[in-house]
Design a protein around this ligand. Structure first.
Ligand SMILES: NC(=O)c1ccc[n+]([C@@H]2O[C@H](COP(=O)([O-])OP(=O)(O)OC[C@H]3O[C@@H](n4cnc5c(N)ncnc54)[C@H](OP(=O)(O)O)[C@@H]3O)[C@@H](O)[C@H]2O)c1
Length: 412
């Protein structure tokens, strides 16, 4: 039986959009069988030279004309940002089009609302590419864990941060030098704030949490710490105690509720995530039946990210050809229960600037554990401590003359 062609309208022809066009142009029999065809693309600027590169696709600057086009069956959103993308996706869904997006910012904040609109119009809204690029983590959580209660998801979800920390750990680079290198290699943007301050990883963690635990927490429920305070001395001190420092996003279901952190964590050197280097992403899923599953791979880039978009398109294509309404990507019906600060516990790695901080001074502040000194700072590895106690340390440390808190990092 010859299947009808599925016309795709693509919004955006940057890194991700052009990767998608490249993959769909490749002669892959399984892809060809689904008869997916990009017929129109919206961009900000159309020039004759640009149009000439895509002889069989019509470029336009009018995105709305694509999301309302009766000949388009599926819209792929790859422009990024929240406002315009949300409006376009909402219109596309309302006009009965299936939507695939790589937009983590939008899905993390407005995903629940958009998936309700999709369900109301009996269309699919899929976004595998929004979390960890090429790693098929959302489908894995959706398909393989229906009968297996997950206890914890631990990810290296931001490739920029992982690249920077790898440079600091492996080559003793300063934070500034490692960031410059990341920028020169295209792994960090000119304004890297979203990556290095932890917001990008937080968006991904919110989406992962929905898939793992069926709950929709908000950004305020996540404890967020960036990587900008790290110094080469931290990596030396951590390694003496047998740890690496990795940029982790962790969502754990405890008896007191969800505990979600995005922060540079101390990770035992033998832990699988300690070996994930450079710009790679990784995820560990801890669960009752499987115990532990890990996936490692590129979290960004044109072809890796577009490959996840193609996985979504294949899923949609099978439903369209069979005449089925695509399943909801995720159900999030359980209200989010979040553990309060008094129930979020982990050992800590405390860095304090100050030449002659005594053990007694630390004890008076309630900070105790193994201590290293040198180069104008003291570093302490504590036992398990609650987030409430840590908040108190932060406050008290600002009042002690001669001491300056560098950071307090969680230990896995
Ligand atoms: N880059 C990655 O590796 C990666 C990985 C995972 C997820 N993502 C997500 O994928 C999305 C796209 O990222 P990207 O890196 O591909 O971005 P990008 O390279 O900056 O490309 C954005 C594209 O969107 C077009 N565009 C922007 N605003 C538009 C508008 N209002 N109407 C029509 N076209 C518009 C731009 O047109 P012009 O070309 O004319 O300027 C450009 O082609 C983002 O949500 C991002 O978070 C990216």
């Amino acid at each position: 039986m010859i299947m009808d062609t599925i016309n795709i309208g693509l919004l955006g022809l940057g890194t991700v959009g052009s990767g998608l066009v490249e993959i769909l142009r490749q002669p892959q029999p399984r892809l060809a069988a689904r008869r997916l065809k990009v017929t129109r693309i919206a961009v900000r600027t159309v020039t004759p030279e640009r149009q000439a590169q895509y002889p069989d696709i019509a470029l336009t600057t009018n995105s709305t004309s694509i999301v309302t086009d009766p000949n388009i069956k599926v819209v792929v959103e790859a422009i990024g940002g929240r406002t315009a993308a949300k409006e376009l996706i909402t219109t596309a869904l309302t006009f009965g089009k299936h939507v695939v997006t790589a937009n983590k910012d939008l899905i993390a904040t407005d995903g629940a609302e958009l998936s309700q609109i999709a369900a109301a119009h009996h269309v699919g809204l899929y976004y595998e590419a929004a979390v960890m690029g090429a790693i098929p983590v959302l489908r894995t959580l959706r398909n393989a864990y229906a009968g297996d209660p997950i206890s914890r998801i631990t990810g290296i979800a931001n490739g920029t941060s992982n690249f920077i920390l790898t440079q600091m750990i492996a080559h003793g680079a300063s934070y500034d030098d490692a960031l410059s290198l990341a920028q020169s290699k295209g792994f960090a943007e000119a304004n890297p704030a979203n990556d290095v301050d932890g917001l990008d990883a937080t968006y991904k963690l919110l989406i992962l949490t929905r898939f793992a635990f069926g709950m929709s927490p908000t950004i305020d429920d996540v404890s967020i710490q960036g990587i900008t305070t790290l110094q080469p001395q931290d990596f030396v001190a951590a390694s003496i105690w047998g740890y690496a420092i990795k940029p982790l996003a962790v969502s754990e279901l405890t008896p007191d509720g969800l505990c979600m952190r995005v922060a540079p964590h101390l990770v035992p050197l033998a832990h699988p995530l300690a070996a994930v280097r450079d710009e790679n992403n990784a995820v560990l899923i801890d669960s009752h039946n499987v115990n532990r599953l890990s996936m490692v791979g590129p979290g960004a880039g044109a072809l890796p990210t577009a490959n996840s978009i193609v996985a979504d398109l294949l899923d949609l294509a099978d439903n369209i050809h069979d005449g089925n309404t695509p399943e909801r990507f995720v159900d999030t019906d359980t209200p989010a229960v979040v553990a309060d600060a008094a129930h979020r516990v982990s050992p800590r790695f405390v860095g304090i600037r100050g030449d002659d901080v005594t053990r007694e001074q630390l004890a008076a502040l309630g900070i105790s554990g193994r201590v290293q000194r040198g180069r104008g700072r003291v570093t302490v590895l504590t036992g398990p401590v609650t987030d409430s106690a840590v908040a108190q340390w932060r406050q008290v440390l600002t009042t002690v003359p001669g001491l300056e808190l560098i950071h307090i990092l969680p230990v896995l």
